[in-house]
Design a binder for this molecule. Structure first.
Ligand code: SF4
Length: 549
């Protein structure tokens, strides 16, 4: 969990205790949401959508909302979604359209400044229009764009690459925000699944490679026409459809209201489809790489701004980042992760008595492996589900128990058994080493680690904090050497071919650079890193580090 060192703004809730690491895995994800829905409580829907996306970012949360023609109001703060917003906040954020963001990044004292949505108002800092923006990803040409804007006299209130995108859109002279975005999008390099709102519309767009996910959903009218019949929605036409039908395509009318806005299908976008489930929306399809989708009173329209770029969807989303109940590229991730477990067994069977998962991220693959092996599966650990929310530091006496604050092993299940232990990934190896030791201390006869991802050896330049190469346990080590470091009897990582077989995809349309070192975007190796705007690199820029969404 990120250490939050800076001053907490008035009204903020002190974040969770920083000493208890949630996991030794990749970090620095974000989640975004956007909705245009007159007749609905958009801020409340945004709150619950962000609540479903909380796994993508736990450092800060924010919602921006507006009435058509009114002002955009933004509330953003450090902390979890349920710590940041009160009933009173949601009432203040009343409106017809909204966007939201959850963020996960260690940034020190400027953490609040880099929370989102970022907002730029008409006439300030060179802006032509008022926009709020929420972004998931990382621009690899952020320094270049930042310098260009500074030279034009555009000023910034944060050091986030998300504010660079907001500034490019807000200062663009095009009359319609969609047109401004269509011109800005091809200039951005890197990963960006983004939602932007003005006072009367929400516009979502995704980078031409589709590195980070973004899904489109529809919110049906609140009541069905005929009792007992669910309110339905008409599927969105495919990408690049100029003007899909507005309003309720089925002509259905809600009972008990004459307001036309209550009888209309509304649209929303989210990083993951699990955000739609919680608010009663229906997943329609993924926003296409290079596509701009506009949600407004006219319904939902789409324009394919960049065509034909090499697709590079992050393969780690299937393995770990996304929730198992989310759908991506027509895959329900729980099922894909189960297949990863089956393939792990096919690639590396072993004489064993019991399969256990490292909870919770190893659960689906452990089930798949146990199914394929015909071995019993049990809970070898009990997980404290609320450990990430502790406010009290463990202190010296408790710290020696290490990971027990999070996982407590069950000796009655483990003792004397030859165990197959399944987890989704290993980055630095600190957690895995402690897990192996805890299992041995609990009497395990053998510990065979099975990992449903290949060895992580390279950093991510597209929005994920993977540690440095030198910190990665698989860097410059063979699998046998890693196994010796971890103290396990055997270790097998799922092959890259196994990953693609499990997700029913190919390397040609995905990014797997953290495993292979083959970055799909030109210029990634020299990419703007997390601290790329440090003073010595950019004399005219701010001295604060550049952070990513
Ligand atoms: Fe995903 Fe790894 Fe590519 Fe980053 S480098 S986008 S984590 S596959």
């Amino acid at each position: 969990m990120a250490s939050l060192e800076g001053p907490i703004r008035p009204g903020a809730t002190q974040p969770m205790g920083p000493e208890v690491e949630d996991r030794d895995g990749p970090r620095d994800e974000c989640g975004v949401f956007g909705i245009f829905a007159p007749g609905h409580e958009v801020s409340r829907l945004s709150y619950f959508a962000l609540y479903a996306l909380q796994h993508r970012g736990q450092e800060s949360a924010g919602i921006a909302a507006a009435d058509r023609g009114g002002h955009i109001i933004t509330r953003r703060e450090l902390g979890l979604v349920n710590q940041v917003f009160s009933e009173n906040d949601l009432s203040t954020l009343a409106g017809e359209l909204a966007i939201g963001h959850v963020r996960y990044s260690t940034t020190g004292s400027n953490a609040w400044e880099n929370s989102q949505p970022v907002q730029r108002s008409v006439g300030t800092r060179g802006s032509q229009r008022e926009v709020a923006l929420a972004h998931n990803g990382n621009l690899i040409n952020a320094v270049e764009l930042h310098n260009e804007l500074l030279a034009q006299g555009v000023t910034f209130s944060s050091t986030s690459d998300s504010e660079i995108i907001a500034a490019l859109i807000a200062t663009h002279p095009a009359e319609r925000v969609e047109d401004a975005i269509a011109e800005v999008l091809p200039r951005l390099k890197g990963a960006f699944s983004t939602v932007v709102m003005t006072k009367d519309r929400v516009v979502a767009f995704r980078d031409p490679h589709g590195l980070r996910p973004l899904a489109l959903g529809a919110l049906p009218p609140s009541e069905p026409t005929h009792p007992g019949e669910p309110a339905g929605v008409t599927p969105m036409p495919p990408a690049d459809t100029p003007t899909p039908p507005a309003g309720d395509p089925d002509g259905r009318v809600s009972e008990g209201t004459d307001r036309p806005e209550d009888r209309t299908v509304r649209y929303c976008v989210a990083s993951e489809s699990c955000a739609f489930d919680i608010i009663g929306a229906k997943y329609l399809r993924d926003v296409q790489p290079g596509e701009v989708v506009t949600l407004s009173e006219e319904g939902c329209s789409s324009k394919q701004v960049v065509q034909g770029a090499r697709k590079a969807f992050c393969v780690f989303e299937y393995i770990y980042f996304a929730r198992p109940d989310s759908r991506m590229n027509d895959q329900v991730l729980q099922v894909a992760r189960g297949r990863m477990g089956e393939l792990l067994w096919r690639e590396a069977p072993v004489e064993a008595d019991l399969v256990i998962a490292v909870p919770d991220s190893g659960n689906p693959a452990a089930r798949g492996l146990a199914r394929a092996a015909g071995l019993p599966q049990d809970d070898g650990f009990v997980k404290n589900r609320y450990v990430a929310r502790t406010f009290i530091q463990p202190g010296q006496e408790l710290r020696k128990h290490g990971l027990r604050l999070k996982f407590n092993p069950l000796p009655e299940v483990i003792a004397g058994k030859r165990l197959v232990v399944v987890d989704d990934s290993i980055v630095r190896g600190n957690t895995t080493r402690q897990i192996v030791q805890m299992l041995r201390d609990s009497g395990a006869a053998e510990v065979h680690m099975r990992i449903s991802a290949p060895p992580i050896k390279h950093p991510c330049h597209y929005g994920i904090d993977m540690s440095t190469r030198e910190e990665m346990i698989a860097h410059n080590r063979t699998t046998a050497e890693v196994a010796a470091e971890l103290g396990c009897d055997s270790l097998h990582y799922l092959s890259l071919a196994g990953v693609y077989e499990a997700v029913r995809g190919t390397r040609a349309t995905h990014c797997d650079a953290c495993f292979t070192g083959e970055y799909p975007l030109a210029g990634s190796d020299g990419a703007a890193g997390k601290y790329s705007l440090e003073e010595d690199k950019v004399p005219t820029g701010p001295s604060l580090p550049l952070v990513r969404a």
